[in-house]
Design a protein around this ligand. Structure first.
Ligand code: ZN
Length: 219
């Protein structure tokens, strides 16, 4: 988002001149057109763009004024009563304005909350991370968020030091790989600088990338 100071953005905003709004405009979509916004979780790098300064910078407003903002109740609890490890990742200016707007919708279990989009829950990285499974053209695209930030994280023991419960992450992955291999999921990575998407194959060493590339190529 645009709410942090220069030092913060220098560390974390590595997108050059690119902004969410500009990328949407390129796709012919205006912020007001967005109907649903899924917050996989509330670490600032996954939800900061949801809320922006008002024009005079005296307060905050939704970046997508007509959207329903989806998150899990487990994550909301976790984010608003943070443990000391994650505390610096949960910024109240990213979360409270959404709640105050009345646009926040909290789910408690997995399900198809938006037609064609199923939400599944994983808790190794942070409690109640929502992983959207998007059904399109008879295929399933999975928005990986921090369940698996990049293709490099696919070999089983490669888990992030930041995960709050690494042993749960391993269980999350076992479940995810089984489903992904059975259903030929297309994995879409949020944090991978080199690979936008990938499909998996089973090998004697476990799940590995079969093919990686632009999302369009798999659809
Ligand atoms: Zn995260």
């Amino acid at each position: 988002g645009d709410k942090q100071d220069e030092k913060f953005l220098r560390h974390y905003y590595l997108n050059g001149e690119a902004t969410l709004e500009a990328s949407l405009a390129k796709a012919g979509v205006k912020p007001e057109d967005i109907t649903d916004m899924v917050l996989t979780h509330m670490h600032f790098d996954h939800c900061g763009g949801s809320v922006k300064y008002t024009a005079d910078k005296s307060g905050f407003e939704l970046a997508f004024p007509n959207a329903t903002y989806w998150a899990s109740r487990q994550q909301y609890q976790w984010a608003t009563h943070p443990n000391r490890r994650e505390k610096a990742s949960f910024l109240k200016e990213n979360i409270l304005p959404i709640e105050e707007s009345g646009h926040l919708k909290l789910i408690e279990e997995e399900g198809e909350y938006i037609p064609g989009i199923e939400f599944k829950l994983y808790s190794g990285h942070t409690d109640g991370q929502v992983i959207p499974h998007i059904h399109v053209n008879g295929k399933t695209v999975v928005f990986m968020a921090d369940l698996m930030p990049s293709a490099a994280h696919i070999p089983m023991p490669w888990i992030m030091a930041y995960d709050t419960r690494p042993l749960i992450t391993l269980q999350d992955r076992e479940r995810f790989y089984k489903e992904a291999l059975e259903n030929n999921y297309i994995l879409f990575f949020e944090h991978d600088l080199y690979h936008e998407a990938a499909v998996l194959e089973d090998t004697p060493k476990g799940a590995r990338v079969k093919e990686a590339g632009k999302l369009e190529k798999f659809l």
